[in-house]
Design a protein around this ligand. Structure first.
Ligand code: MG
Length: 384
């Protein structure tokens, strides 16, 4: 047991009261190829452990409704037959989950009853029977199971899904609401990114876009109003103004409940209107058809990769655009989402770049574009 495992085991034991599984089940350093050399033994059972891991943000994160410098997060590891899969729950406060709720939910799970980690749908049904909601906690288990099963097959999920990694789009990099000089600094730091995203919904919306245009006259800009525009007339005026300034689309301009106004705006807007807060899971999509041009899929809302893939498939079948987003997360959950990137027109997978204490190496951004980690199996991450 190295020092990191020892501390982790101590935190786990103290926090959850769980019995720590034999460490032989878990590799302390994950390298997909290394792990496949571990002899496959008898007595196969799924074991899970988890621990809180607070994410430290590089800059204070300012949105229309609040500001913060950390994000609560829980890391999950699922072991089976000598292999380990990694997962993660990230809990931005507005989604209503917390370290306490996630660890409380995970403590109630008995995954040892399952002898086949490929039964992901059955495990989701079981998790739903334990408690409704808890989407981020369920996502953590789902991501770890995908990582594990990908490792068992020795293949990354984009390949299992039949996707071409070269089709992954550029990712946007988010510039939060801030004072003009800080915005200029952030835009300078974002020089490697080919698409910028701005958060709106305060009084200085136009100023933010104008500062970015001063610094980078040609860069495409995505706009996220985070439900901040109260009035559909104002929203339409903003869409025209933004369209004239080279913006690509507008995410969640008005309150998520207001489908009629969203439909009114979508019909008239020169820019595509994308649902974010208005969409969480698969059954939401059909009623959003017509009210929005597309949906922003995030693993922490969709309960993980299993349903996110179904959501992307359904949205495309309905002629809607697919955007892939994330929370502030480590490279674990971001790399899991990136496996789906070839199905998306737009991607906003920068959550790992916004934190100072990542635990994983995974998907990379090269020349602004999402680059999946080659043949690395599962979700394609290794521990740093
Ligand atoms: Mg958004």
């Amino acid at each position: 047991m190295d020092r990191r495992d020892f501390i982790r085991a101590g935190v786990l034991g103290a926090f959850s009261g769980l019995v720590i599984p034999p460490l032989s089940v878990f590799a302390s350093k994950d390298d997909g190829q290394e792990e496949r050399k571990v002899p496959l033994g008898a007595g196969k059972r799924i074991v899970m452990r988890f621990f809180p891991y607070e994410l430290k943000l590089r800059h204070a994160f300012n949105l229309a409704k609040y500001s913060r410098t950390t994000t609560p997060d829980v890391q999950v590891e699922i072991g089976f037959d000598g292999l380990v899969g990694y997962g993660e729950a990230s809990m931005p406060p507005y989604l209503g989950e917390s370290v306490e709720s996630v660890t409380g939910f995970l403590s109630r799970l008995d995954l040892g009853q399952f002898t086949d980690p490929f039964r992901i749908e059955e495990i989701h049904d079981y998790m739903d029977s334990v408690a409704p909601g808890n989407n981020a906690a369920k996502a953590a288990v789902d991501i770890a199971l995908h990582d594990l099963t990908g490792k068992i097959m020795g293949q990354p999920w984009y390949r299992i899904w039949g996707l071409d990694p070269a089709k992954a789009p550029a990712t946007s990099f988010t510039i939060g609401i801030d004072k003009p000089d800080i915005v200029r600094t952030k835009v300078a730091e974002a020089a490697p990114y080919k698409v910028l995203k701005v958060k709106m919904g305060l009084d200085n919306d136009k100023e933010l876009v104008e500062i970015i245009r001063e610094c980078r006259p040609e860069v495409p800009i995505c706009v996220d109003a985070n439900q901040g525009w109260g009035d559909k007339g104002k929203a339409l005026e903003m869409c025209h103004w933004l369209s004239e300034r080279g913006c690509l689309f507008v995410e969640q301009p008005m309150a998520k409940e207001n489908l009629d106004d969203a439909a009114w705006l979508t019909e008239r807007s020169p820019l595509p209107i994308i649902a974010d807060e208005a969409v969480k899971r698969l059954p939401d999509i059909a009623r959003l058809k017509g009210a929005y041009d597309g949906i922003n899929i995030k693993l922490m809302k969709s309960c993980g990769m299993h349903e996110a893939y179904q959501m992307a498939t359904l949205a495309r079948a309905l002629g809607m655009k697919v955007m892939l987003g994330c929370m502030t997360e480590t490279s674990c959950a971001v790399s899991a989402a990136a496996q789906l990137a070839p199905m998306a027109e737009y991607a906003d997978l920068d959550g790992n770049l916004l934190i100072a204490n990542d635990r994983f190496d995974g998907m990379r951004i090269i020349d602004g574009k999402i680059v999946l980690p080659g043949d690395r199996p599962g979700i394609g991450v290794t521990l740093l």
